[in-house]
Design a protein around this ligand. Sequence first.
Ligand SMILES: [Zn+2]
Ligand SMILES: [Zn+2]
Length: 136
Amino acid sequence: MTDVVTEGGCVCGAIRYHVHGQPTNSMICHCQTCRKAAGAPVVAWLTFPFARFSFVCGTLTEFRSSPPVVRTFCSLCGTPLTYMHADRSTEVDVTTCTLDDPEAFPPSYHSWVSHDPRWLHFHDRLPAYKTTRQTA
Ligand SMILES: [Zn+2]
Ligand SMILES: [Zn+2]
């Protein structure tokens, strides 16, 4: 299964990437930092071991959104692409909706729903945690 390549990229097409095999996690983050960083109500994320993720082309800009966290986005169009946390140095999170097929790896839960604006409602019946899945 790890030989299956799934492709993705930013909205302007400058950045392209490949992921190999299945993600180790697929979730939707409702935290206020993801919301601001994407300018969107929630951000869906996939987690892959670094060894199974590769950029094919394009120039990224890195942004440190908190001391242990580096986020990247396309330097030309601003599409958010990856999230890396110092405590999980062997993995990278990739925005699910930059996959060419956003249905490839459906999310399995929601986190940080305590940060939701009051007008946001999901009715997908997935587990929803007030903060992270670990502490909920
Ligand atoms: Zn772009
Ligand atoms: Zn988040």
